[in-house]
Every structure is written in structure tokens, then in C-alpha cells.
Design a protein around this ligand. Structure first.
Ligand code: ATP
Length: 362
């Protein structure tokens, strides 16, 4: 999937990449992504990648007491892009009971507001839905990453209350820029944007819809729809082929991403990019999947496709060519239904499927 490159792609031909394996299956899928990146690098003219490994996550907290050390964040800012595996472990929590989520902190601190989550069906056997062939499910979910229902998650609260609240915060600035990002992407695809909200009940969502309608006027050639989030859960199962670009707030995007991944094979098939004006991070949409960590069975395709999105985002003809090479290799490998990892009902492990993809890049 082609994603919008920065307006001024860096002219340089060497790109520094911050590599954050993280926790659980994170390091395993990142290793697969890097194997693919190195294979592509060998085929590209005059483009090199310099990797900087950075320790962030629940494991880093257990070692040194901070899941996201300030020095790590500064190092990320000095790189051209960030490649992240997954972070957090169920047993490592803050005193208030919530898990450590440095991946969400990074999005907020680097203002990576635009969560781009492509959903593509690579083989009919991957979907639990009936009668969908490869390519017939193909849309992008745009998740607002920096406000919505996550906005006040770090706000200190008095202890010992008999209630707790979370706030759905939609600002004009936040809503405008995410809607604009969705329309700009749709203008390069099938020119159709669907807003997902709950405007019938929540004033914050009515406000989001008002701003969506304002932004839509700047894109007269893009068709629009507005769907309530509960109905969207239904439609994604009943008629996923009718969507092109879907835009929604943070929490709805979080939930619908998993549903969307589920109809194309699961979390191991869902890549993502978190984009801001200055920084960009690429990661599989999944979490650390601790129950399968260390067994060599994690599906690395989401991470490998996230690497392709990163090459697209670098925005130079050679890196864009590399992105297309990776997508073509994944497509070619997955066209054979025997080439499936265990989450897709197959027998291949992380290393085997990665080797197959790398072999197509020679
Ligand atoms: P988070 O809240 O951190 O996003 P999560 O609770 O949504 O995480 P995941 O870690 O994404 O949970 O896992 C959801 C399910 O998908 C689990 O059953 C997990 O084993 C499976 N899963 C996730 N990623 C992969 C993968 N790459 N390969 C195979 N299975 C995966």
C-alpha cells in the first residue's frame, strides 16, 4: 500500500532506523522484518540503512525502572524512522492496575497522530468470511492516535474514590488533521471515506462529525459516509468490500483494528504506521502476544509489511521500489495456501515464512 511520503523527503540515501524490539513476540517479529529489510537493501542502488537498537518496554522497566527512558526517546528523535515490535506484559503493571504502554506514550510524545492501518486479504483461506477472494477486502483504517478516549489516561486522579472516569476529548485541531489525512489518502485510492462515530449519543462525536463535514468540502471528488461505531462492527463482517478509507477516534480505532485484522487472518496480518509532521513509527498492529512468545511461531507478516510502509514513507524512488518488492514477495509467497503460519491454520514458523519471503527478494 502506498502511503503519503513527507512533503520534503530527506535527500539522503542512508537512513537511520531506531529499532525497538520491545517485549513478548516483539523482538522475534522485528528480527524477521530486519531480515527482509537487509535482503531488499542488497537490491537497492545507493540506499543503505543504519540501525540503532534501543531498549524500551516492560523488560526495560524490570531492568532499570523506566519503560521509556528519556535518553531512548531522544535517540529515537535523531533517527529518520522508528521500527517497533510490541510492548507491555500483562504481569508488569503500574500501581493503579493498568499495563505499561510505552508504545502509546511514544505516539503522544512524538505527536504521531495519524495511525494508518491497511487491511488486505492475501488469500481466501485466511478469512473466516465466506466467498472472499484475495484482494476483495482492501481498506485502510485511520485511527486518531493522540486524543479521543485515551486523552486523559495519564491525568492524576484522587485515590480512594468510588468512581473513575475517562474523558472522550476531541479538539478542532486533532479532528481536522486526522480527517484531512484520511481524505488525502482516499484521494490516492478509491476516493471514499467513511467516518465512524457515535454522533447520535455523544456530543464529542457530534463535534467530530461536524468537523469531518467541514473538511469533506475541501475534497469534492471524494465520496463520504458516516456510520455509527456499533453498526460498523456489523458492516465490517457483513460487507467489508464496501470500505476504502475509514477514519475514527482513538478507542474506536483500537477496537475496530482488531476486528478488521480478524477478517483478513488475524493480528499477524495487520501492519501499521504512526505518522506525525516530524516523526514516523512503523509497527505491527498487534501486541506482545505473551502466550506464544519464544516459541518461534509468531506471524511476522504484519511487521514485514510495516517495513514496506517505512520504505514508502522514506519517499525516494529506490525506497519506494523496495516497498513494492516486499509487497510483491509477500503476495507471491501467500498465494500458495501451504504457506501459512500456525495462526492462519498452517504449519510454518516465523523463520520459515521469513525465509520464503526473503527468497523472493534475491
Ligand atoms: P495489545 O493490547 O497490546 O494490542 P492485545 O491484547 O490486542 O495486545 P495481542 O498481543 O495483539 O493482544 O494478541 C491478540 C491475539 O492475537 C492473541 O491470541 C495472540 O496470540 C494473537 N497474535 C497477535 N499477534 C500475533 C502474531 N504476530 N502471530 C500470531 N498470533 C498473534
Amino acid at each position: 500500500m502506498s502511503i503519503p511520503a513527507p512533503s520534503n523527503p530527506p535527500a539522503k540515501k542512508s537512513h537511520t532506523i531506531a529499532v525497538l524490539g520491545g517485549d513478548g513476540i516483539g523482538p522475534e517479529v522485528v528480527a524477521a522484518g530486519l531480515a527482509v529489510l537487509h535482503a531488499v537493501e542488497a537490491s537497492l542502488h545507493d540506499v543503505t540503512f543504519e540501525l540503532r537498537e534501543i531498549s524500551v518496554g516492560a523488560g526495560e522497566y524490570l531492568k532499570h525502572g523506566d519503560p521509556l527512558p528519556p535518553a531512548a526517546l531522544e535517540e529515537m528523535k535523531r533517527c529518520d524512522a522508528i521500527l517497533l515490535g510490541a510492548m507491555g506484559l500483562p504481569e508488569v503493571r503500574w500501581p493503579n492496575g493498568v499495563e505499561m504502554t510505552p508504545q502509546i506514550d511514544i505516539r503522544e510524545k512524538l505527536d504521531l497522530y495519524n495511525g494508518v492501518r491497511p487491511i488486505h486479504l492475501y488469500h481466501a483461506s485466511h478469512t473466516p468470511l465466506k466467498n472472499y477472494a484475495a484482494g476483495e477486502i482492501d481498506f485502510v483504517l485511520i485511527r486518531e492516535n493522540c486524543e479521543g478516549l485515551f486523552a486523559e489516561r495519564l491525568t492524576p486522579r484522587p485515590a480512594g474514590r468510588d468512581f473513575e472516569t475517562d474523558t472522550m476529548k476531541i479538539t478542532r485541531h486533532g479532528a481536522e488533521r486526522i480527517c484531512r489525512a484520511a481524505f488525502q489518502l482516499a484521494a490516492k485510492r478509491r476516493r471514499h471515506v467513511t467516518l465512524v462515530d457515535k454522533a447520535n449519543v455523544l456530543p464529542s462525536m457530534a463535534f467530530l462529525r461536524k468537523i469531518f463535514d467541514e473538511v469533506a468540502r475541501d475534497f469534492p471528488t471524494v465520496k463520504t459516509d458516516r456510520v455509527y461505531v456499533d453498526a460498523m462492527a456489523l458492516f465490517l463482517v457483513q460487507r467489508p468490500q464496501s470500505f476504502d478509507v475509514i477514519v475514527t477516534e482513538n478507542m474506536f480505532g483500537d477496537i475496530l483494528s482488531d476486528l478488521a485484522a480478524g477478517i483478513v487472518g488475524g493480528m499477524g496480518m495487520a501492519p501499521s504506521a504512526d505518522l506525525g509532521e516530524r516523526y514516523a513509527l512503523f509497527q505491527p498492529s498487534h501486541g506482545t502476544a505473551p502466550t506464544i512468545a519464544g516459541q518461534g511461531i509468531a506471524n511476522p507478516i504484519a511487521t514485514i509489511l510495516s517495513v514496506a510502509m517505512m520504505l514508502d514513507w522514506f519517499g525516494q524512488p529506490e525506497t519506494i521500489r523496495g516497498a513494492r518488492m516486499i509487497e510483491a514477495a509477500v503476495k507471491s509467497v501467500l498465494a500458495d495456501p501451504a504457506h501459512r503460519t500456525t495462526d492462519l491454520g498452517g504449519k510454518l514458523g516465523t523463520a520459515e515464512i521469513t525465509r520464503l519471503i526473503v527468497s523472493k527478494l534475491g
